[in-house]
Design a protein around this ligand. Sequence first.
Ligand code: SAH
Ligand code: SF4
Ligand code: F3S
Length: 469
Amino acid sequence: MDLNTIESDEIGTVAELPAARAAAAKKVFVKTYGCQMNVYDSQRMTDALAADGYTATDAMAEADLVLLNTCHIREKAAEKVYSELGRIRDMKAERAGSGREMLIGVAGCVAQAEGAEIIRRSPAVDLVIGPQTYHRLPDVLARVRGGEKIVETEYAIEDKFEHLPQPKRAEVIKRGVTAFLTVQEGCDKFCTFCVVPYTRGSEVSRPVAQIVAEAERLADAGVREVTLLGQNVNAWHGQGDNGEEWGLGRLLSRLAEIPGLARLRYTTSHPRDMDDELISAHRDLAALMPYLHLPVQSGSDRILKAMNRRHTARDYLGLLDRIRAARPDIALSGDFIVGFPGETEADFEATMDLVRQVNYASAFSFKYSPRPGTPGADMPDHVPEAVKDERLQRLQALLLKQQQDFGSSLVGRTIDTLIEKPGRQAGQKVGRSPWLQPVIVDENAGEIGDIIKVRITGTGYNSLFAELA
Ligand code: SAH
Ligand code: SF4
Ligand code: F3S
């Protein structure tokens, strides 16, 4: 790894810029759509722009650069971007009247999927940049300021992570005691409904040393909980210090050794990549939280096959048995799609059955959205919207009941909670349970970053109430 790259942001603070440039410090407003990887990418883009003299702002109206980090996963997500661009265009026009320029950039998965089409549809957009080229953002901006419109969606040959500056310590501290860390990107699975293999490219794992160094920097700045990210995070593999091939389980054990890092999580996993080593990590590592997001999408083997998930419902249930044997208190979460082309009532009932058998602690469920360029979009027998609506309602009612039952089952129990931030109401702080629920405690229960023992006294819609045990 190139250590110079890691150190390079230390000279990038606004305070250390030449006076003239610092005085003209520009502001960037970043709006993030989609998954946690986009949240992480937005932070890294903000870090790259900080080294280029930009400070982040929460107010779009005062920004010199508005950057939308977009998601293409469902039609609704992608269309949201265009309505937002309409609003920003008006703001840009107003600003032009006052003589101060506002640049508009589109990043993320819509940028990768639609490229120049975005500028055709929204001519106010100045730059379009795909997820694999964020390290080139400062160069791209320099060219945009020179009057060009730029579409940068080629997959770069160089490793973007090695070229993206790390955040400064103060910035990490500001972001809080939990952090995301992308360890794997892209996807080679080609599920027939999904755009990710096209928007994020093929599977790439970051090297062990790079990940460990980043995790150490986070821990050094007071981060207590790190969530490893990847579109297929459990497909991560790399070479350990000993030259051995490591899987995610080994990486997690290595990260668990870092002083200060008390909690580890990873998301999102594919059932086919849950190997024995990773399952054992759930038994052996106290730092690995007993919560697993393991999407299954459907409980019907026929639909799973059409989706190209390459496993059956029985495979999935058998896998969960092994995971639960390793870590009996593990809570499960999943993703579901209803109304995939050809899904019959019987197929949908198979999904409901699977959900009843698994008993999820939380879950995300979606109506199938045909995506241009994916095989699913061209399949026959699309399910009518009204049927999708009705199935989604039934599934969500069941999942919500399971989630609430899980919350209620914790009442009276004593659990660990990581205190994360002040509460929305005065006198409160909000922590996080091992199973990701927000835990509301008295503000004197502990300091932010503390892990405290609390007794659960009640449940809210999605949260737990607790007192110091
Ligand atoms: N890599 C993860 C999922 C990433 S996308 C995995 O393999 O499970 C997140 C979720 O969005 C998916 O799990 C799926 O439930 C949903 N999704 C993806 N494409 C979709 C589409 N075309 N329509 C509806 N939901 C979709
Ligand atoms: Fe999409 Fe399937 Fe890859 Fe997940 S595994 S990102 S659902 S193609
Ligand atoms: Fe969306 Fe891209 Fe994530 S399509 S879900 S932002 S990988």
